[in-house]
Design a protein around this ligand. Structure first.
Ligand SMILES: C[S@@+](CC[C@H](N)C(=O)[O-])C[C@H]1O[C@@H](n2cnc3c(N)ncnc32)[C@H](O)[C@@H]1O
Length: 226
């Protein structure tokens, strides 16, 4: 089920990168139990905005443990899902979740999102794919070089395809912001929705009803078409 082309991961990991990914390997052991209740409704809303249709091919970037998969499958059973993440631990947990639920049509691969472009995608997946939708939940506040990664996401999308992002922005910083940033190794100052607005058509953004104190800032979903 898992297509981990470890050998094709580009570039050398710096020491900092290794430490960062080791944290996510460790985090994978308790990620779902700690966070699922908090984010489930937001995942549902993000998937609604994807407007999935039978036969669509979707990229879930920084898919983590695969917490979006059940929502994607519920919304439209007959789709192909590609889940990419850099952390082996997260992908192991995602594989476990796929097997436990006997989901079909979900393909996982390990990739540093900074290197994932239309030119490298086939090295990871063994296929030439243009995605109908690209989803990234709580990834752009965590991954380095997030503006490049957003450009890559759009590059991987079909003309007219849909991009949906869920993330947190701290308008005012407080202790909870600091704490969430420490735990998730995130940066909640990034103007993610503004950046997306400048890159897509039919931009839409809404805040999600989750207390700021719980997630360190305002949780939002932003969407657009290429
Ligand atoms: C906060 S988690 C979000 C996981 C999942 N999308 C969710 O909603 O639960 C951030 C994810 O980003 C992944 N990640 C961090 N840096 C990455 C990179 N450079 N390329 C791909 N994934 C990365 C981590 O391994 C982790 O799974």
């Amino acid at each position: 089920m898992i297509d981990q082309r470890l050998s094709s991961v580009k570039g050398n990991l710096s020491f900092l990168n290794k430490t960062f990914m080791k944290w996510y390997d460790f985090f994978s052991n308790f990620y779902d139990q700690s966070l699922e209740k908090l984010y489930a409704d937001s995942r549902r809303r993000a998937v609604e905005l994807l407007e999935l249709k039978e036969g669509d091919v979707v990229l879930d970037l920084a898919c983590g443990t695969g917490a979006n998969f059940s929502h994607l499958k519920k919304s439209c059973a007959n789709i192909e899902i590609y889940g990419a993440d850099f952390s082996e631990g997260m992908l192991r947990r995602a594989t476990h979740n796929i097997e436990k639920n006997q989901w079909e049509g979900i393909h996982l691969f390990q990739a540093d999102a900074r290197n994932l472009t239309k030119d490298t995608l086939s090295e990871y997946t063994g296929k030439e794919i243009k995605f109908d939708q690209v989803l990234c939940v709580l990834g752009l506040s965590v991954m380095p070089d997030w503006t490049t990664i957003m450009t890559n996401m759009l590059d991987l999308l079909k003309e007219g395809g849909k991009i949906v992002v869920v993330d947190v922005f701290a308008e005012k910083r407080d202790f909870n912001t600091w704490l969430v940033e420490k735990i998730a190794k995130a940066d909640l100052d990034r103007p993610i929705s503004e950046e997306l607005k400048s890159k897509v058509n039919n931009f839409h953004m809404e805040y999600l009803p989750v207390k700021e104190s719980k997630v360190g800032g305002k949780l939002f979903v932003a969407a657009g078409t290429k």
